[in-house]
Design a binder for this molecule. Structure first.
Ligand code: MTE
Ligand code: CO
Length: 390
């Protein structure tokens, strides 16, 4: 504590004058001092913001829930501005009774609440060939974690009556991109939700207002926003988004297809390039996120020296299936340079791979499904950079 610190000795304005009354902000916003905590885009990644991506500011958040206003956005045809009164959800194809639901109809089915992460298959995609983007917002920010309120898709399909040869479901969005994906019926009946609330309030327009599909643990592309049509069929449709996109070209020229599950992954969110160490040596908190499309996270290990020694991190907060987990590792920093990494292990025992192991298995042509271990280099002055070590 500095003697004569004006922050202690002077009376501040906020202590001297009355503040705003209750009607100043009918819909509340974060403190003006948090104005940097926003979604950010990388201009050179896409030609046009209409078919673009921005990133969740992971480096500045804590806990497991992503606030609605900073959930990353990925649109292939911009944000559809849907009037809920004019919106319909249709079920047809191999069903006994084709059905059309209004939003009001959907609200009359029994609801469920679940926290799930949504990760774009392209998250960390720019990092396949080497360290590139300087900040976990950009390397890992195509993920968010939200409590959804919705109706099990199973309940709607039971209402329509799926015929015995109905093995696949096509989900289509009402946006200009008419996003369409095939989903196997087993997954549909297991845990998919037709959701209309996120973190307690209506879905944001960016996230698919008034209704989106929730496909827990599976790649974000399948979570169709502005959901308008569900068709039951006996085989997949081979839509653009499951042929030319969202497939992984291997070194031998063959492509992996229908790679739905988002594998076990983690990242240290602080320290990281946008959240360097500014306090000098001594008491230091390392924190990050871990998740797996296979269920819960069993363990997270942290290394300070690029993988020579691993320490068990502390998972804190709810450990929910297919949801982000928050971990911490507290240590006494001696002020020397660090090579920080985290490595997650999920409930099935899957261990997050190194980037070298991923490249050995899948080549270097891929964009999607990069769950490799991230390295942050912390310099003695606390400045932190995105690097790779092998
Ligand atoms: N649904 C529609 N209708 N249109 C889209 O462009 N983008 C998909 C998916 N659902 C998309 C969509 C992709 S690629 C991802 S990663 C997620 O929505 C992103 O969801 P978010 O914008 O809520 O983060
Ligand atoms: Co995506």
């Amino acid at each position: 504590i500095a003697a004569g610190d004006p922050a202690i000795t002077d009376i501040q304005d906020w202590n001297r004058y009355l503040g705003d009354g209750v009607d100043a902000a009918p819909y509340g916003m974060p403190s003006e001092f948090e104005a940097d905590v926003v979604r950010r885009n990388v201009a050179w990644l896409t030609a046009d913001t209409t078919s673009s991506i921005n990133f969740t500011p992971l480096h500045a958040l804590d806990g497991i829930i992503t606030p609605n206003g900073v959930c990353f956005e990925r649109h292939h045809g911009g944000v559809a501005e849907v009037d809920p009164m004019q919106h319909r959800l249709m079920i047809h194809g191999l069903v006994e009774q084709p059905l059309v639901f209004t939003m009001q109809d959907l609200m009359r089915f029994p609801r469920q609440n679940h926290a799930y992460f949504l990760e774009c298959a392209a998250n960390s995609g720019m990092e396949w060939r080497g360290a590139q983007l300087n900040g976990c917002q950009f390397t890992h920010g195509m993920v968010h974690n939200v409590v959804y309120t919705g109706v099990p898709l199973r309940a709607l399909l039971e209402e329509a009556g799926v015929k015995t040869d109905g093995k696949w479901l096509l989900a289509e969005g009402a946006d200009a991109a008419a996003m369409t994906r095939s989903i196997p019926m087993e997954k549909v009946l297991d845990d998919c939700l037709v959701a209309f609330k996120m973190n307690g309030e209506a879905l944001r327009p960016e996230q698919g207002y008034p209704v989106r599909l929730v496909v827990p643990g599976w790649e974000g592309n399948m979570w169709v926003k502005w959901l308008r049509r569900l068709e039951v069929g006996d085989k997949p449709w081979h839509q653009r988004e499951e042929t030319s996109k969202y497939t992984d070209l291997l070194a031998n020229g063959k492509a992996r297809r229908f790679t739905w599950v988002m594998d076990v992954k983690s990242v240290i969110t602080s320290p990281s390039p946008q959240a360097p160490i500014t306090h000098g040596k001594g008491r230091t908190v390392v924190t990050g996120l871990a998740w797996s499309g296979n269920g819960t996270i069993k363990d997270v290990d942290v290394t300070l020296d690029g993988g020579r020694n691993w320490h068990k991190a502390r998972i804190d907060g709810p450990s929910l299936s297919k949801s982000l987990h928050r971990f911490y590792y507290e240590f006494d920093w001696d002020g020397s340079e660090l090579f920080l990494q985290s490595r997650a292990i999920d409930e099935l025992g899957n261990v997050q791979p190194t980037k070298d192991a991923l490249r050995a298995a899948r080549g270097e042509n891929s964009i999607y499904h990069n769950n490799g271990i991230q390295t942050w280099y912390v310099r003695a002055d606390g400045v932190t950079e995105n690097v790779e070590i092998s």
